[in-house]
Design a protein. Structure first.
Length: 562
């Protein structure tokens, strides 16, 4: 039986019109997706099975790094200590960026100095200044007594090697500018300026408290985020021999009242408002490196087991279980005794290998070696390419395997890797090494009688150093050369570039050999002169074929001592 239709009538006896109900307001998620479960960007999709569970938090840079910094760094250090791939990647970057010699070539901005001061600073003055300042630098940075290091253990290049290693692994490099006049008074050191490398772990909030508005990871900042001071723990938190000092912090201002640096701190800034570096170059690939180590160890274990457990002897009886099951039957016991006596008295040897002489009823079984996995090498290469890409290196630099590359592919890969390497070197040079050199240069201009333009007061540089420090301290840092894959072709390319005006001898020597072009030219002059003194025909590169016989036979005159 159907239900009767109920109709509501109005005062005039006619049915009332239907009520117009408002459409339901869509939920926020539906509104953001246009009401159809879709978003303008796939990256913003929250409904598909591939993206629904992917909801990373949006954190500030200091929260992302500082909270987890110790855990990240400790894991990377463990990898570098115990894994050859990780250790090799760090060493390769260090050897190509810092190497065995890392030094500055002074390039004072004489145009800026002339505009700022009104004195006649020019290119000739800049060349004379650079030679003398660089000579003073070498005496200090390569001092045999290591007075450039507050701990008197390392030269400047060695200090930069350690600092850059901290940067690659820990994300930070940190040094304190020390003033030690007692070493000068004792007659050993020429300069009172020295530097003390500090482990970045010691830069931390007092009592390991949480970050606050004006202190982030041990760095004191102002309202603009500029560092104004550093909280340095007197001992590393894991140093058991100095346990009392692990709970004492010293506050060191960033610089003195007149602008001399007290602390030089460098890290690669990846986001605005970032105040600490806590993720080295291996941080993006830590998980994959750890997985590769486990996989590599598993395959090695399997190979060892296959090598050891290769064959076994199968007998119809077990010495103990069968005997117990049969109640100690004398026949079984006699058979086992027979086997023992048989193997003990039949040691037939073929060379150093024993022949498998078996007792009646026995046979040899073998274990098939199904591992290592035949795809292991491909998997390992794929993982190492991932590591190389994350670390900004060529894959053959990480694997050290050059067997499957040709000249073109290797040149292209190394060219891209060189861009990253050069950028890293330039950044750490300007952010860390130049800060150290600037503090040393302040003392250098105060102690030494350095070249000055005509009419410039003798104490001008020392008096106004803070105002002209930037153009005066400008320099170019030299590290290892780029190297060659095909020395003939690449050197010919360098010559063509210089002849076409696309490069200079200074750039080519610095990039390919990592040296100072003036030293190369001076050395070449010495070699050509030696050819002339010995009466030998100069080689083609000396330009000697264009000289007359008289010029070639005439030794150079010694300069007048007066």
């Amino acid at each position: 039986m159907t239900q009767p239709t109920v109709r509501i009538l109005g005062p005039d006896g006619r049915p009332l019109p239907p009520v117009q109900r408002p459409r339901p307001r869509p939920r926020r998620a539906s509104a953001l997706s246009g009401g159809f479960g879709q978003t303008p960007y796939d990256a913003a999709d929250i409904t598909s099975p591939h993206m629904a569970a992917w909801n990373p938090l949006l954190w500030s840079p200091d929260v992302e790094l500082n909270v987890y910094r110790d855990r990240i760094v400790s894991r990377i250090r463990d990898l570098v200590r115990n894994d050859g791939w990780a250790s090799g990647a760090i060493t390769r970057v260090l050897d190509n960026a810092i190497g065995g010699t890392f030094r500055p070539i002074s390039k004072p901005d004489y145009r800026s100095l002339r505009v700022r001061t009104g004195y006649s600073f020019d290119a000739m003055w800049a060349e004379e200044w650079a030679r003398e300042v660089d000579a003073h630098w070498r005496c200090w940075a390569e001092d045999e007594d290591r007075f450039c290091d507050a701990g008197r253990r390392l030269t400047f290049t060695q200090m930069m090697w350690v600092a850059f290693r901290h940067h690659l692994i820990d994300g930070d490099c940190l040094a304190q500018v020390c003033w030690i006049p007692e070493r000068v008074r004792a007659g050993g050191a020429e300069y009172a300026t020295a530097f003390h490398l500090i482990d970045p772990d010691r830069l931390s909030n007092p009592q390991y408290n949480w970050d606050l508005k004006h202190i982030r990871g041990g760095v004191e900042i102002d309202d603009y985020g500029a560092p104004v001071g550093y909280h340095i723990c007197r001992a590393h938190q894991g140093d058991w021999m100095q346990a009392a000092d692990t709970v004492i912090w010293d506050y060191i201002p960033r610089e003195t009242d007149w602008g001399r640096a007290n602390i030089v701190h460098y890290f690669q800034t990846e986001r605005a408002d970032q105040h600490r570096g806590g993720a080295g170059i291996l941080a993006p690939v830590v998980q994959r490196l750890k997985m590769l180590i486990k996989y590599d160890g598993t395959e090695l274990d399997a190979a060892i087991i296959n090598a050891i457990f290769g064959a076994f002897v199968e007998s119809p009886y077990d010495p103990a279980l069968v005997e117990d099951a049969l109640g100690g039957d004398e026949v079984v016991s006699g058979y086992q005794a027979l086997r023992t006596d048989f193997h003990g008295g039949n040691s037939v040897m073929l060379g150093n290998a024993r022949m498998p002489i078996l007792a009646p009823g026995e046979k040899i079984g073998t274990v098939s070696a199904a591992r290592p996995d035949s795809n292991f090498e491909q998997f390992e290469n794929a993982m190492l390419r991932n590591v190389a890409s994350g670390a900004g290196m060529a894959s053959m630099q990480v694997s050290n395997n050059w067997s499957d590359v040709n000249y073109s592919s290797a040149r292209g890969a190394l060219g891209e890797a060189w861009k990253t390497l050069f950028r890293r070197r330039e950044n750490v040079s300007k952010g860390f090494a130049s800060g150290i050199r600037g503090a040393w240069l302040e003392e250098c201009v105060a102690l030494n009688d350095l070249p000055l333009p005509r009419g410039c007061p003798p104490d001008f540089l020392a008096r106004y150093f803070a105002a002209i420090k930037t153009p005066l301290a400008r320099c170019r840092w030299l590290g290892p050369g780029r190297g060659w894959l095909d020395p003939v072709a690449e050197r010919q390319g360098s010559i063509l570039g210089m002849d076409a005006g696309l490069s200079t001898l200074e750039n080519e020597v610095a990039e390919n050999a990592g040296g100072d072009w003036e030293e190369y030219v001076d050395q070449r002059a010495v070699e050509v002169r030696k050819f002339q003194e010995c009466g030998l025909t100069p080689p083609d590169w000396s330009g000697g074929q264009n000289q007359t016989a008289t010029q070639a036979a005439t030794p150079p005159q010694k300069p007048d001592a007066s």
